[in-house]
Design a protein around this ligand. Structure first.
Ligand code: PLP
Length: 249
């Protein structure tokens, strides 16, 4: 057992993280204001993967509540230790055999990375057995850049999977679409083509299934302002808030 104080950030680190969040928030608001009256609000998800619990405590004390994690075990440990009013976003690759553990985290806000109808069904069952009182929010992950290395379904698959979720997964709530996108997008005409494509997917899904609301999760440290100008409602920002991460071996 750790002592209650073992996760206290230093005052310097607390200040650094608070300032970084403030800086990102200011840039988000600039991007939103460039949209004029059309702006939806955009949520900032602080991506804390591989960062210590003390960093999350620092952000939490600065008033931040939405955090994103990529690894199930790390998320479970952090969720156990940290305040229960944190709203967790699972943004890592979701394996079927981990759905049960993920669904059991009571303050899980959304799983952003559902990438097939089969995975949705598995997660739906896990939620049914988890004792969750409300359907679990999910985003469907779309591989907008067509890179083999990226997970996510193809844009052509999205409407079918979305329909399956709406019609066959009573324990899930289809809340949005998510993309990572190409690291080197061609911004020739000012728009990021991945973000544009995700918007088109959203329109298709909303029109076909007659939904009146669907979020767009797109934008990370390097491109969150661009993403917001193209309609993102949920940006996932890690290194700009918490500093760079070690490369995975
Ligand atoms: C790590 C990660 C992020 C954050 O990336 P940064 O470039 O550090 O902001 C966002 N989304 C996903 C899916 C990630 O895995």
């Amino acid at each position: 057992m750790s002592t209650p104080t073992s996760h206290d950030p230093t005052p310097e680190r607390s200040q650094e993280i608070a300032e970084n969040i403030e800086g990102v928030t200011t840039r988000i608001n600039h991007a939103l204001s460039s949209l004029g009256g059309n702006a939806q609000n955009a949520r900032l998800v602080a991506v804390s993967k591989v960062k210590p619990i003390s960093d999350i405590v620092a952000a939490y004390k600065a008033g931040h509540r939405h955090f994103g994690e990529n690894y199930v075990q790390e998320l479970t440990e952090k969720a156990n230790e940290l305040p229960k009013d944190i709203q967790w976003h699972f943004i890592g690759s979701l394996q079927s055999n981990k759905c049960k553990v993920v669904a059991a985290i009571p303050n899980l806000f959304v799983v952003e990375t559902v990438d097939s109808a089969k995975k949705a069904t598995t997660l739906d069952k896990a939620c049914a057995n988890s004792g969750r009182k409300e359907p679990l929010r999910i985003f469907l992950q779309v591989n907008t850049s067509g890179e083999d290395t990226k997970s996510g379904m193809t844009p052509a698959e999205i409407v079918g999977v979305a329909r399956d979720v709406v019609e066959k997964c009573p324990n899930l709530k289809l809340a949005g679409l998510m993309t990572i996108g190409s690291p080197n997008p061609d911004l020739d005409n000012g728009d990021n083509p991945d973000f544009k494509l995700l918007n088109e997917c959203r329109k298709q899904v909303m029109d076909t299934l007659k939904l009146d609301h669907l979020e767009l999760s797109m934008g990370m440290s390097d491109d969150f302002q661009q993403a917001i100008r193209q309609g993102s409602t949920n940006v996932r920002v890690g290194s700009t808030i918490f500093g760079s991460r070690p490369r995975k071996a």
